[in-house]
Ligand binder design. Sequence first.
Ligand code: PGA
Length: 257
Amino acid sequence: MARVPLIAGNWKMHKTHLEAMHLVQALGHELAGHDFAKVEVVVCPPFTSLRTIQTLIDSDRYEFGLGAQNVYVEKEGAFTGEISPSMLAALQVRYVIVGHSERRELFDETDDDVNHKVRAAFAHDLVPIMCCGETEAERDAGETDAKVERQVRRGLKGLKPEQARTAVIAYEPIWAIGTGKTATPEDAQATCSLVRKVVADAFDGSVADDLRVLYGGSMKPGNAAALTGQADIDGGLVGGASLDAGDFAAIVKAVPR
Ligand code: PGA
């Protein structure tokens, strides 16, 4: 099965619901005529904009997919402030970013937490975009491969092969996030290929062939083609540049197909 490239915009904590609406409309304009079957496009706004964007996608027949940036593991209950996978699924949210480095670092999410969220996502027909990646110090110490392998193995633990096959893994070197520094296409390729090898070892080769691996970390219109042109890079998780409709659309259009 050929992997369909995916470009996902991680808006982080940006945009009110009104601003979100304007951004999606501008993006719809920029991507008029785009073949979404060739390069899938997903926007991941904050929770407060999901309902607004869902209705906008429905009414204006946009072909964007909708993603959330986080999820809790329980279906419902006394968990003040949390959002359940079934609540997201009811909003036609298809993807959920899990284990972003900001959540791991600022909100103390562990590999086990990430694994629970990945499994909770699948239990409610959501597709996790599970993030992994090393800090600059870890990279300098030559620990990139070991860390990424550990995060991928622990994050996907307990999944059925047919679930793992549809998962998305985003390799995001932490030193490249929001810094304007990008991994070279060769370095990014090497780690994304490692991710695929780990998945092949944990499941099997056909699962690894089908699973999509994204690169994230200062992806911009100018570097998107070189990064997404690598054999094991199936698209991007885009932060800063996803807040500008022109830049985000340019990244989508840069993906070789
Ligand atoms: P960036 O963020 O594109 O702004 O570096 C990527 C991310 O954090 O997912």
